[in-house]
Structures are given as C-alpha cells and as structure tokens.
Write a protein that binds this ligand. Structure first.
Ligand code: ADP
Ligand code: MG
Length: 367
C-alpha cells in the first residue's frame, strides 16, 4: 500500500477547466472519498491518479515517488469504475481470473481466490455467464470483483456501485468498508452520493467546480462545514438556509429574516462582540435541530405555516414556510398537522450555523 499526494493538480480539456489546482495528502491505508455533484472533476482527478489521463500541471506522488512519467500499468493501481470494460468473450470466472493469472499465481491459488471473491460478492451462480447476459448491476459487481482480486498499491473506485438497486448498494457499501478494514488498502472512492461517502470514508474531500471545498472526517464535514456548498450538499434532508440581516439594537445583536427576529446562535454572540458578523448573514440549521410545536411557547416563538407533513416510518418530516422560505423539520413520529396550519418553531441555538451571505464562508468562532 502507499500514500498518495496531489500537489496543485490541474486538468484542462481545451477550454474546460475540470480540475483547478487540487492539493491533497492521502495517508497510507486511508479511505478517502471524493464527493461532489456531477461534473465537478472527481473522475478526472481519479483518472490522473491512475495515469489514464495526462496532468495539465502539478504533481502526483505515491509514497513520495513522482508518478507523472510512470505508465498506468506500472503504477500498480486497481480500478473499479461505474462502467466496466469486462472481456466480452470471457465468462465471469475468466474475467475474475484474468488479472490473477498474469501475477504468477498457481492454478489452484487462482481458483481459490476467484471463488473467494465470487462468494463474497454473492455472484458464484453467475460464474459461467458471459457479460452480455448480466444486468448492469451484476456487471458492476464483476468489475468490482476483478479489481478486488489484485493486490495493488492504491485502490481506485469510481462510483462502483451506482448501478445497483438501493438494497444491494447498502449491502455492498458495508462489504467495501469491511474489506478496507480487513485488508488495509489505500482506497480512493468517487461518489456523488453523500451518504455513501459519509458511511465509507475516513475522510471526505468535497469537490465543487474543480476545487476542493473541504477535506475532513465525516463528523467535521457534517457539523463544521466550511461553506454553504458543503453544508447544503451533505445531510438528508438537507440543511435549511435563511437569509438574515444583522442589526444591533440597544447593545443587543439581532438577526432578522424579513422582519422576524431570530435568536442569535450561541457562537454568534461571541462573533458579534468582536465585530465579526457581516451585514448579510445566511443562517443554516439542520432539520433535526428545529423543534416544532402546535402552540406558541417560551421557546417556540417563530411562526410558520405548514406546507405538508410526511410520516416516513422511522421519522416524520414537516415542510413549512416561513415568510417565503421553505424549511424541512425532522420531528417526532406522531406529529400531525394540516396544510396552512400555523405552527411554532424553536431553533437549537447551539446547532445553528452562520455563513457570510456574500461569500458563503462559514463564520467560525475560534477562542
Ligand atoms: P465528475 O466525475 O465529477 O462528474 P468529470 O471529471 O468527469 O466530473 O468532468 C469534469 C468536467 O470535465 C466536466 O465539465 C466534463 O464535462 C469535463 N470533461 C471530462 N472529461 C472530458 C473530456 N475527455 N473532454 C472534454 N471535457 C471533459
Ligand atoms: Mg465521474
């Protein structure tokens, strides 16, 4: 296994700037996820690490060794992609065995490994089939199996389970995570699925338009997002945002959303005292941290109108409108209310985040 270092890596396709100067250290045996929306440059970055795509500028190192001039097959990376080029004339067994045969293993050894992998992926009953007789989900499993049969320096997975149905995907996710823990591969995993990235990775690198927005543990990304992009991309239902104006009145620091005064979050007071709150602020609060009541109370002071209430079995999601802004709230299972009914909200001041509305950057209080 190896560490992977990206140093100011750029990728341009003609006029398209796909990757705009990424620097990142991935530790030996680490599981790093590249997370971001379609087109943000995840696959381009991955293909440059694999050597399948030329680097426009910058450097890539494995264990401190410069890889730029090293041919793909000499980098010893294993890859599993969203769409697999399986050998069409070979059956599944031979597709899995092929990379093993070229690594000087004995026939018995190869057979054992193929059956082990097939068993793990639960595709043993497909071993005799040709790729054309497989669903796209089954083809993905075979492609994943073929990558797993190697013992590479770095393991690259690009949306490897995106074609599976939800149930299979959640199962495969657990397999991949377990495999990483047991085998200690250095893994780089590309996905646009935030839940997948959070569930699998030691650290998540969130990408947006060719740039790294934030690199951190799933907890850091979730609780301390560096900007509104990361905050809105990670978490389901997504974070709610409210545009507010900052004002001082009789020595108090207030945030107004269209005339409704919001309680200043805990860290906002400290920020305000050192003059670090800009005139326009985006307030961010996750659906779990808003409390909803049918009556006004000492805590429930923000009036909102019910749009709809959805009982989802393991949680109930209430969607409400607050002076034109739409908010989602995860509430208790038994909560029911009619559309247009007035309800009262309480934001948890210890969980409310603030962002500069101009730049989208988080306003962070550092003692
Ligand atoms: P992601 O994997 O995050 O969806 P990609 O790395 O595939 O993103 O693409 C990033 C950007 O580069 C997109 O705008 C895409 O259209 C463009 N792009 C990717 N590959 C090529 C290519 N071979 N030629 C031209 N543009 C490309
Ligand atoms: Mg991609």
């Amino acid at each position: 296994m190896a560490s992977v270092t990206l140093e100011n890596v750029w990728k341009r396709y003609g006029k398209v700037e796909a990757v705009c100067g990424i620097s990142l250290d991935i530790a030996d045996k680490e599981f790093m996820a590249f997370l971001g929306p379609s087109g943000c440059g995840k696959s381009s970055t991955m293909r440059m690490i694999a050597g399948l795509e030329e680097i426009t500028s910058g450097n890539i190192y494995f264990d401190g060794e410069l890889m730029i001039k090293v041919r793909p097959r000499d980098r010893n990376v294993a890859m599993a992609f969203e769409t697999y080029a399986l050998y069409p004339t070979l059956n599944v067994y031979e597709n899995l065995a092929f990379p093993l045969r070229s690594s000087n293993r004995s026939g018995v050894d190869v057979d054992k490994r193929v059956r082990e992998i097939a068993g793990m992926l639960e595709i043993t009953d497909l071993l005799d089939r040709k790729p054309t007789n497989l669903s796209s989900g089954q083809q993905q499993l075979v492609g994943l199996g073929r990558a797993l049969s190697r013992e590479p320096r770095v393991f690259l997975l690009d949306e490897p389970i995106s074609h599976l149905d939800t149930r299979q995907r959640v199962r495969m996710r657990a397999y991949i995570k377990r495999l990483h823990i047991e085998l200690g591969y250095t893994m780089i995993y590309v996905t646009h699925n935030q839940e997948e990235a959070m569930a699998l990775a030691d650290r998540v690198a969130v990408m947006n338009e060719g740039l790294l927005s934030q690199v951190g543990t799933p907890e850091e990304i979730f609780h301390n997002p560096t900007d509104t992009f990361v905050a809105g991309f990670v978490g389901e239902p997504p974070m709610n945002f409210l545009e507010c104006e900052y004002r001082r009145e009789n020595g108090r620091h207030l945030l107004d959303h269209k005339g409704t005064t919001m309680e200043m979050p805990s860290h906002g007071e400290a920020l305000a005292q050192r003059g670090a709150i800009p005139p326009r602020v985006t307030m961010g609060i996750r659906p779990f941290y808003i409390d909803i009541g049918l009556e006004k109370s000492a805590r429930h002071v923000i009036p909102a109108e019910v749009f709809v209430v959805e009982p989802l079995g393991d949680m109930t999601v209430a969607t409400v409108t607050l002076l034109g802004a739409r908010l989602q709230i995860v509430t208790e299972l038994g909560f029911r209310a009619r559309p247009k009914q007035t309800v009262w909200l309480a934001f948890d001041p210890t969980r409310t985040l603030l962002f500069d509305a101009e730049t989208g950057r988080a306003l962070i209080y550092e003692a």
